[in-house]
Design a protein around this ligand. Structure first.
Ligand code: DGL
Length: 267
C-alpha cells in the first residue's frame, strides 16, 4: 500500500498549486493528477453538478489504485467531501479544513475573511469549518470570480488584478479582518497583489500549503510513506491537453510532460 500513488483532482489547472506543495513537502511520493478540463469551471455550477463531477473524478483515481485522495478543488471540497469519504474506502483529504484550522490559529481579533468561487462562498463550508473550531470567530466571505481567469491569463500582478482585488476586498476590510483564507486553487498566484491591497496587518492563509502539511501528517499516522523513489507526476485531463500544458506549466513552475486525455464521465 505505501508504494501506491497519491491521487489529486481538481476542475482544471488550479489544483497544480496544491500538487506543487505536495511535491515540495513530500518529494518521495508518487503523484497522479486529474484535471477535469472538459467541465471546468466548477465554481459557477450548482452543488449537485459539482458533486456528480467530483464522484466521477474520484472514481477515476480510485481505479488507478491510489492510496489516498486529495480534493485540491475548493469548490468540490465544499460540497462533496463528506460523500467522497463515505463512498471510497481510502483516506480523502480536502482543502477546507486545513485552511480553516490555520485561520483560527492565526487570527488575533477573531475576524476572518474567506475568498473563493461563488460555489465555495455560497456553500458556507469555510464558515462551518472555522466555527466548528472556534464558534466565536466571525467569518466574512467574498466571491472573487475574476481572479480565476486573471491567474490563468498570467495577469495575477497586472493593474487589473489590483483593481479587482480592491473592489472585492473593500467590504472585508470594513469588517476589520486580520486574516484572509485564500479559498480557491488559483489565489496563491495573487498573493503579492492581495498583500499590496491588504497591507501587513492581514495574514494570508494558503490552503494549498496547509493541505500539504495535513497530507504529510496523515501519511505518517497511517504508516503510508513511500519507500522507493518515485517517477515524475502523471497528469490526466478530460479535454485536449494543449491549454492545460501551457497554463499549467506557469502554475507549477515547470514544463508538464506526458499529459494524457481520458474520459471520466460515468456511462
Ligand atoms: N478549482 C476551483 C476552486 O478551487 C477554481 C476553478 C473552478 O471554478 O473550477 O474552487
Amino acid at each position: 500500500m505505501p508504494e501506491r500513488a497519491i491521487g489529486v483532482f481538481d476542475s482544471g489547472v488550479g489544483g497544480l498549486t496544491v500538487l506543487k506543495e505536495l511535491l515540495r513537502q513530500l518529494p518521495s511520493e508518487q503523484l497522479v493528477y486529474l484535471g477535469d478540463t472538459a467541465r471546468v469551471p466548477y465554481g459557477t455550477k450548482s452543488p449537485g453538478t459539482v458533486l456528480r463531477y467530483a464522484l466521477e473524478a474520484a472514481a477515476f483515481l480510485a481505479q488507478r489504485q491510489v492510496k489516498m485522495m486529495v480534493v485540491a478543488c475548493n469548490t468540490a471540497s465544499s460540497v462533496a467531501l463528506d460523500v467522497l469519504e463515505d463512498r471510497f474506502s481510502l483516506p480523502v483529504v480536502g482543502v477546507i479544513e486545513p485552511g480553516a484550522k490555520k485561520a483560527v490559529e492565526l487570527t488575533r481579533n477573531g475576524k476572518v475573511g474567506v475568498i473563493g468561487t461563488e460555489g465555495t462562498i455560497k456553500s458556507g463550508a469555510y464558515t462551518r469549518a472555522i466555527q466548528a473550531l472556534d464558534p466565536a470567530v466571525e467569518v466574512y466571505g467574498a466571491a472573487c470570480p475574476l481572479f480565476v481567469p486573471l491567474a490563468e491569463e498570467g495577469w495575477a500582478e497586472h493593474p487589473i488584478a489590483r483593481m479587482a482585488a480592491e473592489e472585492y476586498l473593500a467590504p472585508l476590510l470594513e469588517h476589520e479582518i486580520d486574516t484572509l483564507v485564500l479559498g480557491c486553487t488559483h489565489y496563491p498566484l495573487l498573493k503579492n497583489t492581495l498583500h499590496q491591497v491588504l497591507g501587513d496587518r492581514v495574514a494570508l492563509v494558503d490552503s494549498a500549503e496547509e493541505t500539504g502539511r495535513v497530507v504529510a501528517k496523515m501519511l505518517g499516522s497511517r504508516s503510508l510513506f513511500r519507500a522507493s523513489v518515485p517517477c515524475c507526476p502523471r497528469f490526466y485531463v478530460s479535454d485536449v491537453p494543449t491549454r492545460f500544458e501551457r497554463v499549467g506549466g506557469a502554475f507549477l513552475g515547470e514544463v508538464l510532460q506526458g499529459v494524457q486525455q481520458v474520459s471520466i464521465e460515468a456511462g
